[in-house]
Ligand binder design. Structure first.
Ligand SMILES: Cc1cc2nc3c(=O)[nH]c(=O)nc-3n(C[C@H](O)[C@H](O)[C@H](O)COP(=O)(O)OP(=O)(O)OC[C@H]3O[C@@H](n4cnc5c(N)ncnc54)[C@H](O)[C@@H]3O)c2cc1C
Length: 385
């Protein structure tokens, strides 16, 4: 196998983009240093649902990348010792238009080999008794999706990467990227042969001009977690609002009808960008969200109206036994305004900036890291066989 023998790779940011690039570069033979301004990753990568979500992506290159992510997460769960629950996802349809979208999606030629199952209301409730039977038209089960507890998984990944030899510099803030070295706030210079900027929503500090020119905006999301629920959802559950949200269903003829019906019937959900995912973890807790607020910056408020909208909508498609909300938080990510699921920039030679993964960074990051490292190989950086 080709090898990037002893190339010095410096990565800024130890969220999932930084960690996946670190492991992939290490496996290719590089010497890797990871710079994190906090004592551990505290950005979007530990604030998300922890769903690995190929069902959200259109067929083609990105879906293949997402399925590669599923494979890598399973391998890493085994190697690093965390749980990646291969529970799959259940998209529940309550409106006729949503049921039409699911049927059209299942009939697409590309769907044939994917193991999707269209379920009647009776089959759905038999397999997932916590789904709400009232008004249920049917559901689509997809077997691919994984559910992980992000904070636990990232802690395990960091420990695993350290044991393999990645050098972590925590509480180290990168303030400037020079042609061949990263400068830290305490004056240290870290020389590199290749540099990856994986600074999440803070990209503008290092490359403001490149970011401003890249059709990217910030998005803030409101999230919650329940107390442990002693019955299982049996899959990551979503409903009509989520079908309208992800690219996967955009080729279905009925999607425009569904979007228009939802827009008219649920203007407040539309205003706050609310669609609801329920992802249950091994300890029984359920991560719930979310909303989408766009802007250059945000108020720090955790809006109780948004939480009410999420919980109210959750009750339309689940019948959960009693639970408490134990925790509420925000997350922020960068997202392309022109429909790209990821933005990779080369602000200068040997510097790769990976950003704007939107709500799919956990899913797409492994495949993306492999592409970055194979680009280095193609560029002929110090290759030995
Ligand atoms: C609420 C929410 C829910 C989501 N749900 C899902 C989901 O279910 N599935 C999915 O696939 N994706 C999901 N996503 C998207 C996914 O979480 C993000 O795309 C992904 O985490 C981005 O990873 P990152 O490494 O780029 O950023 P981050 O995780 O934000 O990491 C960036 C790191 O860089 C560090 N840093 C920044 N600047 C510097 C500096 N100058 N020097 C040193 N360190 C620096 C930060 O401290 C941080 O640790 C969700 C996102 C959010 C916010």
């Amino acid at each position: 196998m080709q090898n990037l023998h002893s190339e010095r790779v410096v990565i800024v940011g130890s969220g999932i983009i930084g960690l996946t690039h670190a492991l992939t570069a290490l496996e290719a033979g590089c010497t890797v240093t990871l710079v994190e301004r906090n004592s551990r990753p505290l950005g979007a990568s530990i604030r998300n649902f922890g769903t690995i979500w190929p069902v959200g992506l259109s067929f083609g290159k990105e879906r293949t990348q997402a399925l590669r992510g599923v494979q890598r997460w399973k391998e890493l769960a085994r190697d690093a010792g965390f749980i990646a629950d291969a529970c799959g996802s259940l998209s529940l349809a309550y409106r006729n238009e949503a049921w039409s979208v699911l049927q059209e999606f299942a009939a697409l030629p590309d769907s044939a080999a994917e193991g999707f199952e269209l379920l009647s209301p009776e089959e759905t409730i038999k397999r997932h008794p916590l789904a709400n039977p009232e008004g249920l038209q049917g559901a689509l089960f997809s077997p691919h999706e994984l559910c992980i507890q992000s904070a636990t998984a990232l802690t395990a990944l960091v420990a695993h990467l350290k044991s393999l030899g990645v050098n972590f510099l925590n509480r180290a803030c990168a303030i400037k990227v020079h042609d061949d070295a990263v400068e830290l706030a305490d004056g240290r210079m870290l020389p590199f042969d290749q540099c990856v900027i994986a600074a999440g929503e803070e990209m503008q500090i290092l490359f403001p001009k490149e970011l401003a020119e890249s059709h990217i905006r910030r998005c803030q999301l409101q999230m919650m977690r329940t107390s442990p629920v002693n019955q299982r959802l049996g899959a990551i559950m979503v409903s009509d609002l989520t079908l309208a949200h992800y690219p996967a269903f955009q080729d279905c003829p009925s999607i425009a009808n569904l979007q228009s019906v939802l827009h008219d019937a649920m203007p407040e959900h539309h205003q706050w960008g609310v669609h609801v995912i329920a992802a249950q973890h091994a300890d029984g807790t359920i991560t719930l969200g979310d909303s989408h607020e766009y802007g250059p910056d945000f108020t720090p408020d955790n809006w109780s109206r948004v939480n009410d909208l999420v919980l109210g909508y959750l009750a339309t498609f689940t019948r959960l036994p009693s639970y408490r909300i134990d925790s509420r938080w925000h997350g922020v990510y960068l997202k392309s305004t022109i429909g790209q699921t990821q933005v990779v920039l080369q602000p200068r030679e040997r510097v790769t900036m990976v950003t704007a993964m939107g709500g799919l960074g956990m899913t797409l990051s492994w495949g993306l890291a492999e592409r970055t490292v194979s680009n280095w190989l193609e560029a002929g950086a110090c290759i030995i066989s």
